[in-house]
Ligand binder design. Structure first.
Ligand SMILES: C[S@@+](CC[C@H](N)C(=O)[O-])C[C@H]1O[C@@H](n2cnc3c(N)ncnc32)[C@H](O)[C@@H]1O
Length: 260
């Protein structure tokens, strides 16, 4: 289903208002973006600025980051990240939106850090990103999921509204009208790419056998002649679990797990 097909009436009206405002703002350039305009795999609907801010907060974007927005629209997420000092790259299929984004970045004084390419997000290498942002569709997120799970452990992924199937988000936040967002597309979801930790690890604390489903861990810890069941999580490279009523924490360092 196309994104605009899901827009409720109120949002469609809001979309028309945004379109009108954008029309005035961009009339001089000769190109007026329209909410709902075609965009290859998903139409253009801008993320409300309050949610852009929240998404970047959730991902804890700093000047150390390289942020990539897949399907970057008018460039607002990339420009906002650049204003925080990050380097940011927007990947957008529509060449008019790419040029509009470049003009917007220049107006905001961040053209040096906020860059844009006209490209298909499915053919784009985003492995250099420390943060990936997107407002696409659930089925597109699912198509991208294998590539995302192969990114460096600790890479933060933030999506406006749409989930990643059975890979549950690490954090979710929904804004309201009082926060400056509404009535729809006001939920931010964050995933942190988990290190691959499944298998048996022989450690000073015992023999740890981990089964991993995305960031969720189960398994056993054999220690002091006992075999304890465990439940835990891996957040980037940080492993934490509970076994035998005790909490353990460790880090994947290269291929080996160090447990405290
Ligand atoms: C829902 S809008 C989100 C825009 C922006 N990320 C935001 O949050 O405001 C999706 C954008 O993805 C672009 N798009 C759709 N399919 C694409 C593709 N295969 N490659 C690159 N961009 C694409 C559309 O042109 C549109 O600008």
């Amino acid at each position: 289903m196309r994104l605009l097909g899901r827009l409720p009436g109120q949002l469609a009206v809001a979309g028309l208002c945004i379109s009108a405002a954008l029309g005035i703002a961009f009339a001089q350039s000769g190109f007026e973006p329209r909410v709902g305009q075609e965009g290859k795999d998903v139409v253009w609907v801008p993320t409300p600025q309050a949610l852009v801010d929240r998404m970047l907060n959730m991902a804890r974007v700093t000047k150390e980051d390289f942020v990539m927005d897949l399907g970057s629209g008018d460039g607002r997420t990339v420009i906002t990240a650049a204003k925080r000092g990050a380097r940011a790259l927007g990947v957008e299929y529509n060449p008019d939106m790419v040029e509009l984004s470049k003009r917007n970045a220049a107006k905001e004084g961040v053209a040096g850090r906020a860059t844009f390419v006209k490209a298909d997000l499915f053919e784009t290498d985003f492995s250099r990103a420390s943060v990936v942002t997107m407002f696409l569709l659930p089925e597109i997120n699912l198509k991208l999921r294998p590539k995302i799970l192969g990114l460096k452990a600790g890479t933060r992924i933030v999506s406006n509204s749409f989930d990643m199937g059975d890979w549950r988000a690490d954090e979710t936040a929904t804004l309201t009208a009082a926060d400056g967002c509404g009535p729809s597309y006001c939920t931010a979801l964050l995933w942190i790419v988990p290190a691959r930790v499944a298998g048996t690890h022989k450690l000073p604390q015992g023999e740890l056998t981990l089964t991993q489903e995305y960031q969720m861990l189960s398994g056993t810890l054999r220690t002091e002649g006992r075999t304890l069941a465990l439940e835990g999580k891996v957040r980037g490279e940080i492993v934490s679990f509970t076994a035998g009523g005790r909490e353990y924490r460790g880090r994947m360092n290269g291929g080996s797990l160090e447990l405290r």
